[in-house]
Design a binder for this molecule. Structure first.
Ligand code: ADP
Length: 502
């Protein structure tokens, strides 16, 4: 990697790390404030419900007391009339009525525990309260009593002590207030020892979130708010935080992936730019060499400096060969540019591969002979016809033969075979040359790709030959394969599919 690439890489990594740190910090902060907000909402809701219950209790008590006052104001009031009132007002289960002298008017008899309680009560009632009148709540043992002075009765001021019945409270207040209220949260009324007295729904494994006090009407009790397991504000926040973390990790993953992809792309682009400039240099060199030869031999012939007929024929031969090589090279480049531009067309028609093999080898007869190649050609007799573009197929095969010559190394052998293999006709070109390492065997078919300079040093080439071979054979519905190893020679095979009915 270049220094600049390393710097960019480190910068992006650093930016991602800072981003991750900031995200973690703000997530923590968000968690805390979200939890606090949810808690406040829960508290608001519980307080509102507690207030509603308290108001309902006070209202029911006021109503009960109002109707009692009416009874007491009756000119013929007698304590027995209270029985009828009591029957109408089941909200109170115990009821006592005193006159100003502390005499118990109702009920007629009291048991001993009542007597103790009433003694305590009398101590709490000041003369001022008798004069002022009104009502208040007094805690008597574990009970709350409503105490009220009733003025204007024929029997003088009376003191009423009312105990609400727990059942009445449950039925008339709690059920009515709590039933319609609950969403997913559960509300419970707890007694002084935090034992649930009333819940609209069973608590099960619900988690206690918070409790709030009632007012003076229910001093020892509290209203508690529960959330079903897994739905408490903390759980909800934790779930959201986990979701956020997962999304963030995904985001970091995408950034990392994007970084890697960009890095690959940049490397590919710069590699491609290098290959392209190599290509231009190679093609120019490839064009120059045959042109120089042609020119040299043509000039020698022109000046009549050739000693004998044999040499003259040889010179003509060189000119022809080199111009053929030029044609092949230019054809390769032009076809390649047509393929790149998507303009390459193939004229497919049924045909035999045998003449193609022979024509190509004929074209290379001179260089093969000159370089001392031992050539073996074997075309299976009666090979069926295949659909092909003869010129394109010749070009593909010529490229393979050209490479076999170019990369022959010491082993000067060329085998060309054509035979049927299953549903294909296979044309294979084998050499005893320098071979190709396995890791390069895919890449050599890429455009402009040439194996490291050391191996190809001195061997001319543009790097588009095999790309062209691949394109041509694939256009025929076939494929090209290679079997090779360094120093073991190579075998390139063109697999051309047979028509379906053969
Ligand atoms: P070039 O113009 O370089 O020959 P090709 O596309 O024809 O381009 O081949 C790509 C590379 O594959 C060559 O540069 C060479 O390294 C390797 N190659 C192709 N054919 C052979 C072969 N028969 N033996 C060894 N190496 C080969």
């Amino acid at each position: 990697m270049k220094r600049r690439e390393v710097l960019i890489f480190v910068a992006v990594l650093l930016a991602s790390a800072i981003l991750a740190l900031l995200a973690t910090l703000s997530l923590r902060q968000w968690e805390v404030s979200a939890e606090r907000r949810l808690h406040e909402q829960a508290r608001d809701m519980a307080s509102m419900v507690a207030e509603k219950i308290e108001t309902a209790v006070l209202k029911t008590e006021d109503e009960g007391l109002g109707s009692l006052q009416l009874t007491a104001l009756d000119p013929h009031f007698a304590p027995e009339m209270v029985d009828a009132w009591k029957a109408r007002t089941p909200f109170f289960d115990r009821f006592y009525l005193f006159d100003r002298h502390g005499k118990l008017l109702y009920p007629r008899r009291s048991n001993s525990s009542d007597a103790a309680m009433l003694a305590g009560l009398r101590a709490e009632i000041s003369p001022g309260f008798w004069d002022r009148g009104g009502q208040r709540h007094i805690q008597l043992g574990d009970q709350v009593a409503l105490v009220a002075v009733i003025q204007g009765s024929p029997q003088g001021p009376l003191l009423a002590v009312l105990h609400r019945s727990e059942q009445g409270l449950r039925r008339d207040i709690l059920e009515k207030t709590l039933a319609g209220l609950e969403g997913q949260s559960l509300l419970a009324v707890l007694d002084g020892s935090d034992r649930p007295i009333y819940t609209a729904r069973p608590l099960g494994r619900a988690q206690h979130v918070l409790s709030v006090d009632f007012g003076e009407a229910l001093p020892a009790w509290r209203l508690a708010l529960y959330e079903p397991a897994g739905l408490s504000p903390r759980d909800a926040v934790r779930r959201q935080a986990m979701l956020f973390t997962a999304v963030f990790i995904l985001l970091l993953g995408v950034i990392a992936f994007g970084l890697a992809a960009t890095y690959r792309l940049v490397r590919r682009e710069s590699e491609m730019a290098r290959l392209k400039s190599d290509f231009v240099a190679n093609v120019s060199h490839d064009l120059k060499t045959p042109l120089a030869l042609i020119r040299m031999f043509a000039e020698t012939l022109e000046m009549d400096r050739v000693p004998d007929e044999v040499s003259r024929r040889e010179y003509y031969g060189v000119i022809t060969r080199e111009s053929e090589r030029l044609t092949r090279l230019i054809d390769n480049v032009l076809d390649f540019s047509r393929i790149e531009g998507g303009r390459q067309r193939y004229d497919m028609a049924p045909g035999h591969v045998e003449p193609i093999v022979h024509e190509v080898l004929e074209a290379f007869r001179y260089p093969l002979a000159q370089q001392g190649f031992k050539v073996d050609v074997h075309v299976e007799p009666d090979l069926p016809e295949v659909r092909l573009d003869p010129e394109a197929m010749k070009q593909a095969l010529a490229n393979l033969v050209d490479n076999a010559i170019k990369y022959s190394g010491e082993g000067r052998r060329l085998d060309v075979t054509a035979r049927r293999e299953g549903k294909d006709v296979c044309i294979a070109v084998s050499d005893d040359g320098i071979g190709i390492p396995p890791r390069e065997q895919q890449r050599i078919f890429e455009k402009f790709y040439r194996i490291g300079r050391s191996e190809t040093q001195g061997r001319r080439g543009s790097g588009v030959g095999l790309a062209l071979v691949k394109h041509i054979v694939e256009a025929h519905g076939g494929r090209v394969t290679v079997e090779s190893g360094p120093g073991e020679g190579s075998r390139f095979t063109l697999h051309v599919p047979l028509p379906r009915d053969v």
